[in-house]
Design a protein around this ligand. Structure first.
Ligand code: KIV
Length: 291
């Protein structure tokens, strides 16, 4: 084992961070390369989010993502053997049908995908599914507020809980997910006051995304955080780098060098063994010298 590796982050560790009042850091990862980099940077949790439907697959929503695809991406992240905890999303319609479907889907993410916990969206309506999965020994992270799998019910990706009645319902949803045994709860796309009220009302860590600063931790989509996406980012996104611009700069330089015959140069090329001749240019200087 690499002796510099930090200890594995488990749901117990996350509970300890919460109890100590230390903010929990979560970033999405969809492959082994990004998982390795994020882990080296010290994030607590790698989230294999179904946002990959939009970020990796280019869909308009997360709805087309399948369970097989989540297993594929989760196992790629798990192969990086990160110290960070791995939570993987249950995709649309893998858990809403009934609790047995939910448990089977969660089981696949753990058994085949190497996930260490699973996340699902919704409140009271999915509480029994949460309970079933938790009772089978799989930790569950809830997700309330702007729940992307319900994009059509919400009439788009819109901030939720701006009105008192809607905010009260979100609070009830959060409590029901806590009561069902979830170890943590994502709160997405709600006013800061609602993020704070839910955080104060439950005794599990809340992980905010567009939910203000009072939550127990924060999550961002990795491509947003790194500035890899083109186009306008949502208001809650802070780009901590502009890697998209850096990618374009680097690849343009590659294109220029290839076209100019500058790449590959000698430093990036192989040579035959001394005395050997290239095919069609005569016999080697001495027989057997190439062995
Ligand atoms: O799918 C996802 O990546 C998520 C986070 C943005 C919370 O659910």
């Amino acid at each position: 084992m690499d002796s510099n590796k930090r200890p594995k982050v488990t749901v117990t560790t996350l509970g300890e961070l919460y109890a100590a009042g230390q903010k929990i850091t979560v970033v999405t990862a969809y492959d082994a390369t990004m998982a390795t980099l994020l882990d080296e940077a010290g994030v607590d949790v790698l989230m294999v989010g179904d946002s990959l439907g939009m970020v990796v697959q280019g869909h308009e929503t997360t709805l087309p993502v399948t369970l097989d695809q989540m297993v594929y991406h989760s196992s790629a992240v798990a192969r990086a053997r990160p110290s960070a905890h791995i939570v993987c999303d249950l995709p649309f319609l893998s858990y809403q049908t009934d609790e047995i479907d939910a448990l089977r889907a969660a089981g696949r993410l753990v058994k085949e995908g190497g996930a260490e916990s699973v996340k699902l969206e919704g409140g009271r309506t999915v509480a029994r599914a949460v309970e079933k999965i938790v009772n089978a020994g799989i930790p569950v992270m809830g997700h309330v507020g702007l729940v992307p799998q319900s994009v059509h019910r919400m009439g788009g990706f819109r901030v939720q809980g701006r009105m008192t009645r809607e905010a009260e319902q979100l609070l009830e949803d959060a409590k029901s997910i806590e009561e069902a045994g979830a170890y943590a709860l994502v709160i997405e796309g709600v006013p800061s006051e609602v993020g704070q009220a839910i955080t104060e009302a439950v005794r599990i860590p809340t992980i905010g995304i567009g939910a203000g600063a009072a939550t127990s931790g924060q999550v961002l989509v990795s491509t947003d955080l790194l500035g890899l996406g083109r186009g306008r980012a949502p208001k809650f996104v802070k780009r901590f780098a502009s890697l998209g611009d850096e990618v374009v700069r680097a690849v343009s330089e590659y294109v220029r060098e290839v076209r100019a015959g500058e790449f590959p140069d000698a430093a990036h090329s192989f040579r035959m063994k001394e005395g050997e001749k290239a095919p069609g240019r005569g016999a080697p200087d001495s027989e057997g010298s190439g062995t």
